[in-house]
Design a binder for this molecule. Structure first.
Ligand code: SF4
Length: 345
C-alpha cells in the first residue's frame, strides 16, 4: 500500500498560495501550511487597529481554514533582519528583497520538512508573475539557494518547469499540474472559480509592506535618522501606524490618525517622549530621536495643529517625558504654510 506523501505549503494569505496548496491536496497529498512572520507582513494587526472596512482577519489563517489544513506560523523576525539588511540580489522597486526573501523562506521550509518528516515543499509561485523573484531565470535560483532543489514543487506552473522529485516519483501526477505563465491573474481567478472559491484576498502590493513605496521611504528614513540600519520589531511595527513627520534630522513625530491608532500608540508611551492636547481632542504623538528644547516646542506646535484647537491663538500641550514627569506648555499651533511638505514621510 502506498503511503500518503506529506507536503508543506507556503501560505501567504493570497490567492496563488491558496490555489497551489489546494491543487496538491486534491492530488491526494497530505498538505499543511506554513506562514512566516517577518514583521513586515500586511496581515495581522494593522487592519485591526484602523477603522477600515477591510475584513479584520489574518488571511493566512483564513486560507488554512478554507482548505481545512493545519497552519504553522513561524516567527522569523530575527533571522529575517539579515535578509533585509544584506540582500545578495538587492532590492526590488522599493525595499523589498524578494529574491533573497523567497530563498530564505523556502530555506526555512526545507529545515522544517527535515525536522517534521515531510516529503516536499509547495509554493504558489508562477513564472513571470513578479519582476524579481518569479522570473524564468530566478525560479532556479530560489530552488538552489534555499537548498530545496527538486523538493520544491510549484503546482501552478510546474508543467513549464523541469519535473521535480514529487513528479518523477509519482507522488503527484504531473499531468494534473498547471502551466500558468505571466502577469495575468485571469487563469488563477478561473481556477479559483472552478474549485469553488468565491472569496479570496488580493493584496494589491503583494504580501508585505516592503513593496509599499511609502513604507519603504519611512524605513529608509528610520535608518538614516538613527545612523544605523538595525531595527527591532517595534520599530517596524510603528512604521505602519500614524502620520510620520520629520521636522529635523534628530527627531521625528508619530501622530495617531484615529482612535484606534492613538490606543495603539498609548502602548509605547513609556518608551518615547509623548504629547497630547489635554483641553481639546486630538492625537497622541510620540517623538522618536533626541529632540532639543527648541525641537520639543516645535513638536508641541505641530501636535496642537492636529488637534481640535488648531485655530485658537494658543493651545496647551502636555508633554510626557521619559522620566515619567509631565509638563504643560502653551503654544501657537503651527500653520500649514510653516510645515514644508517634505516633513511628511
Ligand atoms: S513581497 Fe515581501 S514577503 Fe513577498 S517575497 Fe517580496 S520581500 Fe518577501
Amino acid at each position: 500500500m502506498s503511503t500518503k506523501r506529506k507536503a508543506i505549503a507556503l501560505i501567504s494569505g493570497g490567492l496563488d498560495s491558496m490555489l497551489a496548496a489546494k491543487v496538491v491536496q486534491d492530488l491526494g497529498v497530505h498538505v499543511e501550511g506554513i506562514n512566516f512572520f517577518t514583521g513586515f507582513c500586511v496581515e495581522g494587526h494593522t487592519h485591526a487597529i484602523r477603522k477600515k472596512d477591510k475584513p479584520k482577519r489574518n488571511n493566512a489563517l483564513w486560507v488554512a481554514e478554507q482548505l481545512g489544513i493545519k497552519l504553522h506560523i513561524v516567527d522569523v523576525v530575527e533571522p529575517y533582519k539579515d535578509v533585509l539588511l544584506n540582500p545578495k540580489h538587492g532590492y526590488g522597486q522599493n525595499m523589498n528583497p524578494c529574491l533573497d526573501c523567497k530563498s530564505f523562506m523556502v530555506g526555512q521550509a526545507v529545515k522544517w520538512i527535515k525536522e517534521n518528516n515531510f516529503d516536499f515543499i509547495v509554493t504558489g509561485e508562477v513564472v513571470g508573475q513578479r519582476p524579481m523573484s518569479q522570473r524564468r531565470d530566478t525560479m532556479p535560483v530560489v530552488a538552489r539557494e534555499s537548498g530545496a532543489n527538486d523538493l520544491l514543487l510549484r503546482p501552478l506552473c510546474a508543467k513549464i518547469l523541469p519535473p521535480t522529485l514529487p513528479e518523477r516519483e509519482g507522488w503527484v501526477d504531473r499531468d494534473k499540474l498547471l502551466a500558468f505563465n505571466g502577469r495575468s491573474r485571469k487563469p488563477q481567478i478561473a481556477l479559483a472559480n472552478s474549485l469553488g472559491f468565491t472569496e479570496f484576498a488580493q493584496p494589491a502590493g503583494g504580501c508585505c509592506f516592503l513593496t509599499d513605496p511609502n513604507y519603504s521611504k519611512r524605513l529608509v528614513d528610520l535608518w538614516h535618522g538613527r545612523h544605523d540600519r538595525d531595527y527591532e520589531l517595534d520599530d517596524v511595527m510603528l512604521l505602519k501606524v500614524g502620520r510620520h513627520i520629520r521636522p529635523n534630522d534628530n527627531f521625528k513625530m508619530i501622530v495617531g490618525r484615529e482612535e484606534g491608532e492613538n490606543n495603539f500608540l498609548e502602548g509605547y508611551r513609556k518608551q518615547f517622549i509623548h504629547m497630547r492636547t489635554p483641553d481639546h481632542s486630538g492625537p497622541l504623538v510620540l517623538l522618536d530621536g533626541n529632540p532639543s528644547a527648541d525641537d520639543i516646542e516645535l513638536a508641541a506646535r505641530i501636535t496642537a495643529r492636529f488637534g481640535k484647537g488648531k485655530s485658537l491663538p494658543l493651545v496647551k500641550v502636555e508633554i510626557g517625558e521619559l522620566s515619567g514627569v509631565k509638563k504643560l506648555i502653551e503654544v501657537k499651533p503651527i500653520s500649514p504654510s510653516e510645515m514644508p511638505e517634505d516633513w511628511t514621510l
